[in-house]
Design a protein around this ligand. Structure first.
Ligand code: SF4
Length: 149
């Protein structure tokens, strides 16, 4: 059975910043014939539930990985370390399981692919990826979001 990495919140786990989930019926249908490895990078990075929402500030996910930009929460606290730790942990899990494809949550500063919020906490999207998505893409792992299904 094909193994696939999926954002835990899309599977109904209450790991969102506000304690909720992002259960998605299309994701469930897509995963029916696959072995699902659920991951929440932010929780794996040590952040609590609930937590303050965070955005990439001052650059792209690639800039964050290169130490040139940060992740701040809406209180102005720097949570870059936790996001990086979570991304590295997810990458290790992907490698351990031989994962080649992931379904990750759109627009998240961790899981988003293609579009993320602009860092001003004003609900405006810009082109870019979340930190975990960026790291997985750089390893050649295919990423879809629930919006692609
Ligand atoms: S989008 Fe990613 S980091 Fe955010 S709650 Fe879902 S799995 Fe966790």
């Amino acid at each position: 059975m094909k193994k696939i990495l999926v954002s835990s919140c899309l599977c109904g786990e209450k790991c969102k910043y506000n304690g909720g989930n992002n259960y998605n019926i299309q994701v469930e249908a897509y995963c029916k014939d696959k072995e699902v490895i659920k991951v929440c990078p932010e929780v794996l990075g040590g952040l609590p539930i609930p937590r303050h929402p965070a955005e990439i500030v001052g650059g792209t996910a690639q800039d964050v990985l290169n130490g040139k930009a940060k992740i701040l929460n809406n209180q102005g606290e720097d949570v870059t370390e936790a996001f990086l730790k979570g991304a590295q942990t997810v990458l290790k899990i992907a490698k351990d399981y031989g994962i080649r494809q992931a379904i990750l949550k759109a627009k998240s500063p961790s899981c988003g692919r293609g579009k993320v919020y602009n860092g001003n906490f004003e609900g405006v999207l810009v082109e870019g990826n979340g930190i975990t998505s960026q790291l997985l893409l750089e390893e050649g792992i295919e990423i879809k979001t629930e919006e692609d299904l």
